[in-house]
Design a protein around this ligand. Structure first.
Ligand code: UDP
Length: 322
């Protein structure tokens, strides 16, 4: 089994904490840096006392702290980022700083010792393209800079471009992971994520808030499948310098997701339709469909997501019940 010292930025977040657990199981020594802005200490509390695990509560914007941590590791999983459409709209300046300066810090420091960096990007970079499924070399189609939502996509595109430039010009080993909608235990609905929101609403008997008319669709992947994909890419020499979609390609309309959550939770909650402008900001543009083309990661590492949408929703219901 692989081993080494991994630094996980954003390791107290939803995806980060699942990745940390898996790395520890695989024999890595793991250090987490997280400023707990959207992550939660509860996500890593159970790991305290594991001699292979340590953490720093601080920001990736602090160069002094980051220098020490990057020097002490063999690979950086750079997940620290502003997360969720609502959060990015509400804390826009902070989001841009974390997403752009934070990544630049990581790449610059990693480059000194040529430490490998797994850079986490987002399916947001495809923007409002309607040409599904989205393949990694497809065009990004972004909206106006005055519509705050697009700033997230721009910041992640800048991260990717920086990482690719370090790879091409400095031979820094990087892999870019474009995450599609990912769900599972520990995900919070606080920053907009639809599955934990619907599950909580259903369990509390509150109306399920479907934005728009609910005909927009997404593909939801289990965090466990996503972590498998991330570690598969990390283990693959051929993945170096590459951009990879990671997610699930089973598509569901948001209205049907709401119905499924109600059914699996056995909930009498009504479904309430909320206009986008009320839910987000004036001029908000949602993407109607977002489906990953998984051919590249399938060819590289034989990736095939195992969990169905039903499995995922049930795991989130279990989590919120306990
Ligand atoms: N959504 C919704 N109700 C909510 C939260 C989200 O209908 O309470 C919709 C949202 O407009 C989008 C989809 O669910 O079409 C997925 O939203 P999320 O924020 O989870 O992810 P993203 O928009 O980044 O795909």
């Amino acid at each position: 089994m692989a081993s080494g010292r991994a630094l996980v930025t954003g390791g107290a977040g939803f995806i980060g904490s699942h990745l940390v657990e898996r790395l520890l199981r695989d024999g890595y020594k793991v250090h987490v840096i997280d400023d707990l802005s959207t992550g939660s200490f509860d996500n890593i509390a159970a790991l305290e006392g594991d001699p292979a695990f340590s953490y720093t509560i601080d920001t990736v914007l602090d160069l002094g702290v980051m220098e020490r941590l990057v020097d002490d590791c063999d690979v950086v999983f750079h997940l620290a980022a502003a997360v969720g459409v609502e959060y990015v709209i509400e804390s826009n300046l902070k989001s841009m700083q974390i997403n752009i300066r934070g990544t630049e810090n990581v790449l610059e420091l990693a480059n000194r010792g040529k430490k490998k960096v797994i850079v986490f990007s987002s399916s947001e970079v495809y923007g409002k393209s309607t040409d599904v499924p989205f393949a990694e070399d497809d065009d990004s189609i972004l909206g106006a800079t005055t519509v705050t939502r697009w700033s997230y996509a721009v910041s992640k595109a800048v991260d990717e471009i920086l990482a690719l430039a370090y790879w091409r010009e400095k031979n820094l080993p990087v892999v870019i992971v474009r995450l599609f909608n990912t769900c599972g235990p520990r995900q919070t609905g606080k920053y907009g994520m639809v599955v934990p929101r619907f599950v909580k609403q259903a369990l509390l008997g509150e109306p399920l808030t479907v934005y728009g008319d609910g005909s927009q669709s997404r593909c939801f992947a289990s965090v466990y499948d996503v972590v498998d994909g991330i570690l598969g890419l990390h283990a693959s020499e051929a993945a170096l310098g590459g951009v990879f979609n990671v997610g699930n390609d089973e598509e569901v309309r948001i209205i049907d997701l709401a119905r499924l959550v109600k059914e699996l939770a056995g909930s009498p909650s009504p479904i309430r339709f909320i206009p986008y402008e009320e839910a987000y900001e004036r001029g908000f543009e949602d993407m109607m469909r977002r489906v990953p083309d998984l051919s590249r990661i399938r060819a590289a590492i034989g990736y095939r997501p195992k969990a169905t949408l039903g499995d995922i929703v049930r795991s989130v219901i279990e989590y919120y019940k306990t």
